[in-house]
Design a protein around this ligand. Structure first.
Ligand code: HEC
Ligand code: HEC
Ligand code: HEC
Length: 457
């Protein structure tokens, strides 16, 4: 059957079923007791909207409307109802005035308001009262903006921007300075590689935006790796490490390259034996860690150093802190385009690093690239082995992005303009005009921050 016909049929069904469907709504998915306790006036308005128009598909206790059992309706929306809560689940988040809604949740909610993509069209056709009115959207937005503002009272953000999906990096990061110093040495120490030729900095050069500026990495004995090197700057803000998130923490991550035969090709015993022959290292370790040189202490020092790699005071951060002239007209326009199109994924302090998303959400990126899928293209799937995680990657940070070409896990985009166009086409579903691409690119260049008082190179 053709789509328009199905829709016409559905609207017919909807006309008959609407009053019935309302009667048949069972007790709410989020308990009435929880909703009754809401005190925040913004959430008081937003919660009933989410409850009535969204939670059917976005809670753990999905309520199947009765018409979902009709054959055509089932085909069309049964899957939406089942998949909705897998993609985005709001259960349990309303308690304590919405404390459970994370930064990422708010960015994604704002994202669907921007694109007016929820509830799905098919569902609205069946359940015509289900669409969001102008007022509903405004109420949801003011709740989102207000909640962000409440949470950012201490970060020095100007009230005009306190509700944005993006926020400045902290100006000060407090860490144990001695561990940072030791970690810095280890990060630059070639004794961590099998043949003493590579340090972490060989691939994560702090003078090249924390990367090697190559399509993919070059490991020990010149071996060409399969994947692009992500930056170490601000990596401490990422929820997980690696493109596929297989390391939960920076500590866990740091052991990876040392033992990887393709990267540093060493092992802990070899590295620890070498460092134990260096009296200064032995002393420093014993001063900071009672049990001296161990693999756990090596990765602890390196991770502490990495947490110090925060690139503060970018032009965007100055702008968000209230310096109106920090961005040019083109950069400021680029920021508006970014908020409308990109921030649902590239949100928070890092403008990314909060979630895993499919590369090619709106069109088949890999078919257009070359049609040849390599193992690393499977992304998150390589770690979880779940079918739905194929082609998902950690959304990368966009901080210092002007310094880290080429782009994407496969290093396929050579320029920032190209990366912006690809994102438009495959993630947002838009062909941006030349002017839009230029303004977004100009905006992305304002994300270059300072490290140790100097602009990141
Ligand atoms: C009929 C079921 C259904 C209803 C009702 C519904 N959604 Fe969805 N929602 C889905 C499905 C399916 C997906 C995943 C596929 C997609 O993104 O289109 C989704 C995805 C989402 C996402 C994640 C988008 C992302 O960035 O990954 C958010 C946020 C969302 N919905 C919010 C809402 C809100 C807000 C409402 C109410 C105004 C709503 N949904 C109503 C089915 C539904
Ligand atoms: C041979 C080049 C190479 C060396 C040497 C190397 N790395 Fe990496 N690093 C990479 C590549 C490639 C990735 C991405 C791999 C992946 O995601 O599968 C990566 C990922 C990372 C990440 C994750 C960043 C993110 O956003 O996911 C961190 C942190 C990191 N490396 C730190 C280190 C440290 C610390 C060392 C030294 C112990 C080191 N690297 C040595 C190439 C290298
Ligand atoms: C649906 C989520 C999503 C949206 C929306 C999105 N991105 Fe991305 N972005 C990603 C993912 C995932 C990657 C990593 C893809 C890969 O490496 O294969 C990425 C990568 C990038 C990169 C390359 C980063 C690097 O270090 O290689 C840039 C630049 C970028 N995005 C900019 C944008 C811009 C600009 C927009 C809006 C026009 C945007 N993105 C919208 C998810 C998204």
């Amino acid at each position: 059957m053709k789509k328009p016909l199905i829709l016409a049929a559905l609207i017919g069904v909807a006309a008959v079923s609407f009053p019935l469907s309302n009667l048949m709504h069972q007790p709410s998915a989020e308990s009435q007791a929880v909703l009754a306790q809401i005190k925040d006036p913004h959430l008081k308005k937003a919660a009933p909207i989410l409850q009535n128009k969204c939670l059917d598909c976005h809670s753990s206790q999905t309520r199947m409307p009765f018409y979902a059992n009709f054959p055509i309706a089932r085909d069309l929306i049964g899957k939406d109802i089942e998949e909705g809560s897998e993609h985005f689940n709001m259960s349990g988040k309303f308690a304590n005035d919405g404390a459970g809604f994370t930064e990422l949740d708010l960015a994604r909610l704002e994202g669907v308001l921007n694109t007016q993509s929820m509830p799905p069209l098919r569902y609205v056709a069946l359940h015509w009262n289900a669409g969001l009115s102008q007022q509903d959207s405004e109420d949801l937005r003011s709740w989102i903006h207000n909640l962000r503002g409440q949470r950012r009272q201490t970060v020095g953000i100007h009230s005009n921007f306190a509700g944005d999906a993006v926020e400045p990096l902290p100006l000060v990061t407090v860490l144990d300075a001695n561990k940072v110093a030791l970690g810095r040495k280890l990060f630059h120490d070639k004794r961590l590689s099998g043949d003493n030729t590579l340090s972490c900095a060989s691939c994560h050069d702090l003078k090249k935006g924390g990367t090697d500026r190559s399509k993919t990495a070059t490991g020990i004995r010149g071996q060409i790796g399969p994947i692009n090197v992500p930056t170490v700057f601000n990596a401490g803000n990422n929820i997980k490490q690696f493109w596929d998130g297989r390391a939960g923490t920076l500590e866990e991550q740091a052991g990876g390259p040392v033992n990887n035969p393709m990267e540093m090709g060493a092992n802990w015993k070899l590295v620890i034996d070498r460092l134990n022959k260096d009296p200064e290292m032995v002393n420093t370790f014993h001063r900071l860690y009672p049990d001296g040189i161990t693999s756990a202490n090596i990765v602890s020092a390196i991770a502490t150093f990495e947490r110090s790699l925060v690139t503060t005071n970018s032009k965007l951060d100055q702008y968000l802190r209230g310096n109106k002239t920090a961005l040019s007209a083109s950069e400021a326009r680029g920021y508006e385009l970014f908020k409308a199109n990109c921030a649902s994924c590239h949100a928070g302090k890092n403008l990314g690093g909060l979630s895993f998303e499919k590369m090619g959400r709106k069109a088949d990126y890999f078919a257009a690239r070359d049609g040849k899928i390599t193992e690393v293209d499977y992304g998150l799937y390589n770690f979880t082995k779940k079918e739905q995680d194929k082609f998902k990657f950690k959304v990368p940070t966009l901080r210092n992005i002007a310094q880290t070409a080429p782009y994407f896990h496969d290093g396929s985009a050579e320029t920032l303009e190209e990366a912006v166009r690809v994102m438009g086409q495959y993630q947002v579903g838009k062909h941006f005009s030349e002017k839009d691409v230029n303004d977004i690119t100009a905006f992305l260049k304002t994300l270059t921050g300072e490290y140790e008082g100097k602009p990141v190179e």
